[in-house]
Design a protein around this ligand. Structure first.
Ligand SMILES: *Cc1c(COP(=O)(O)O)cnc(C)c1O
Length: 369
């Protein structure tokens, strides 16, 4: 009999989160940026890490002042909103940022509200912090309007409302009026998870512009997607200084290593070059979306670096048929749909060739209504 550790009752039998890490030629399942750092950026990161290494006998800057300053400057250029370092919080991925938010603003007797289908990690942050987790369904086209959000909030007085924009796995961005209505209604905090913000289409706004006047608003971002830095683990939140101070209370001491701070600061110096790759991915996304629709496949409008597509008679069978052709996509979210990450032009060509074969198989697609 193997040892049965005395794990918390509510965690018994739970599986750790994660997509299968399969060794497949074309991996389009975790919304990574397919472009590795350029040789110039990789060299600069190496030099920054070496410089930080000379001081590794010391604890890192607990408040990551240099990095937060640079993130504020980057956001000013990206969104036109003037921000101070005191409005920025950084941690190991926006997953850790979100864990801080749930630790500070959730807790026993408190509720977090989100709108499904959405990112499945929110439920785990709630579980870990003993916060009750409630979801309300989005409309059938996966959009979300202010009436639905406000009604759900009035029904439950949540301490945390999570609005994901663009939403994962649907790619749907929210109109600003929805975020504004949530902030006006909230008795707790409103979190807008903007992990994919840099991929949004022209004219689609960021909630950053609502920060002035809404002290209960927290916007989260990450360097994992647009900055092609998933392996370095750097996420951040933008909010009023009082909210940032609350997050500082629940972080572990020295949570952000000196190496991480140096690497992220260096990548920010290369933001323009990286934004060029983001533009390529946005074009590839729009092309792929048109291609899918031309073939009679339904595809949800996307402001992110992935597309939700369907509708399959059997989601798992379609996922397996693509995998058999060397293409790994994600089985996530609503039944009958699959999510594909936009890859390099070569990845996307391989996906199109595989899908072309799969959709012609008998009984693969759901009969149209
Ligand atoms: C990928 C993703 C994140 C980013 O997670 P990191 O911890 O920063 O890598 C956050 N939110 C959503 C909805 C995501 O899809």
């Amino acid at each position: 009999m193997p040892y049965q550790p005395p794990i918390r009752d509510d965690l018994r039998g739970a599986a750790p989160y994660g997509a299968p890490q399969l060794d497949v030629p074309v991996r389009l399942n975790t919304n990574e940026n397919p472009f590795p750092p350029s040789p110039a950026l990789a060299t600069a990161i190496g030099a920054a890490a070496a410089a930080a290494a000379a001081d590794l006998n010391r604890y890192p800057d607990r408040d990551a002042r240099v990095l937060r300053q640079r993130l504020a400057a980057y956001l000013g250029r990206e969104s036109g909103v003037t921000l101070q370092a005191e409005q920025i919080w950084a941690a190991n991925g926006s997953n850790e940022v979100m864990h801080h938010i749930f630790s500070a603003f959730g807790g026993p007797t408190r509720t977090a509200l989100a709108f499904s289908p959405t990112y499945s990690m929110y439920e785990q942050y709630a579980r870990d912090t003993f916060t009750r987790y409630v979801t309300v369904r989005r409309d059938p086209d996966f959009s979300l309007d202010a009436t639905t959000v406000v009604a759900a909030m009035l029904g439950g007085s949540p301490s945390i409302v999570v609005l994901t924009s663009p939403n994962n796995p649907t790619g749907t961005a929210l109109p600003l009026e929805v975020v504004a209505a949530a902030c006006a209604t909230a008795t707790g905090v409103v979190v807008v998870d903007e992990a994919y913000a840099e991929f949004r289409r022209p004219g689609v706004p960021s909630a950053l512009s609502l920060l002035p006047g809404n002290p209960n608003l927290i916007v989260t971002r990450t360097m994992s997607k647009a900055f092609a830095l998933a392996g370095a683990r750097l996420g951040y939140a933008i909010a009023c200084p009082e909210v940032i101070d609350a997050l500082r209370v629940v972080r572990l001491p020295y949570h952000l290593s000196a190496i991480t701070q140096a690497v992220a600061s260096t990548a920010l110096d290369h933001a323009d070059e990286l934004q060029g790759q983001v533009d390529t991915l946005r074009r590839e996304r729009d092309d792929l979306l048109s291609w899918l629709r031309d073939r009679g496949v339904r595809a949800v409008d996307s402001d992110a670096n992935f597309i939700l597509f369907g509708v399959f008679a059997d989601q798992h069978r379609a996922w397996q048929a693509l995998l058999d052709r060397g293409v790994l996509v994600r089985e996530v979210g609503p039944e009958e749909w699959l999510r594909v990450t936009v890859g390099t032009p070569a990845d996307n060509a391989a996906f199109r060739a595989a899908l072309e074969a799969v959709i012609t198989e008998d009984g693969m697609m759901a009969p149209s209504e």
